[in-house]
Design a protein around this ligand. Structure first.
Ligand SMILES: Cc1cc2nc3c(=O)[nH]c(=O)nc-3n(C[C@H](O)[C@H](O)[C@H](O)COP(=O)(O)O)c2cc1C
Length: 192
């Protein structure tokens, strides 16, 4: 349905999966401190649907701390092969412990061990300290399943605004903006 931005996102995301050489699911995630200082970094989209757009990370990371203080995010996909971008904005909530457990359980063991070894966003004196921690985690969990670190979890951004941008010749680009309106969406265009 052309007037359903989530269906349109599905279609674009599927096309990007075919045409992007790497990481069609990579998106820039912007967060901000409670006094409005922004920061941005890439994360991977691990689920999306009517409830929102989900990514996983460490809640004690810089982004995690910013989301705790100011639970709002802006997401950006830029699919260079398609010359398209999608901007998504909305409030963010942590996923349930069960949902985070389910996703953590399907990650590769090395990634699971890495999540235990990393104090994400904290200063690290030297690379070898981290490598030693990783080896220590290998020993610690040898012969058993790796449980999800308590602070490693998912966050879901509930879209209130979704903009689809399409490159057009002579910079006469097309911008379609969908704004949440009750249970539905209001659609309009923006000047490029
Ligand atoms: C393509 C790409 C995908 C990434 N995906 C994730 C991710 O899903 N989760 C994550 O915590 N970090 C991911 N990272 C690393 C983050 O960009 C970032 O370095 C890290 O999360 C720390 O960010 P922070 O200090 O702002 O919290 C990714 C980096 C790149 C380049």
């Amino acid at each position: 349905m052309a007037d359903d931005p989530l269906a349109l996102f599905d279609a674009w995301f599927a096309e990007a999966g075919q045409s992007e050489p790497h990481d069609a699911d990579a998106m820039a995630l912007a967060t901000a401190t409670s006094d409005g200082k922004p920061s941005v970094r890439m994360v991977l989209l691990k689920g999306h649907g009517p409830d929102g757009f989900t990514f996983y990370t460490n809640a004690d990371s810089r982004k995690g701390e910013e989301l705790a203080a100011n639970p709002q995010a802006s997401l950006l996909f830029h699919w260079k092969s398609l010359r398209r971008q999608v901007r998504i904005e909305g409030p963010v909530r942590e996923v349930s412990a069960e949902e985070a457990d389910t996703y953590f359980a399907i990650r590769g063991r090395d990634s699971q061990l890495g999540a235990h070894a990393s104090f994400q966003s904290r200063p690290l004196d030297r690379r070898s300290t981290f490598e030693a921690r990783y080896e220590e985690m290998k020993r610690q969990f040898d012969g058993r399943d790796v449980p999800r670190p308590e602070r490693w979890t998912g966050f879901r951004a509930n879209p209130q605004r979704i903009e689809f941008w399409t490159d057009r010749p002579h910079r006469l680009h097309e911008r379609r903006l969908f704004v949440r309106d009750g249970d539905g969406w209001t659609e309009g265009l923006l000047y490029p």
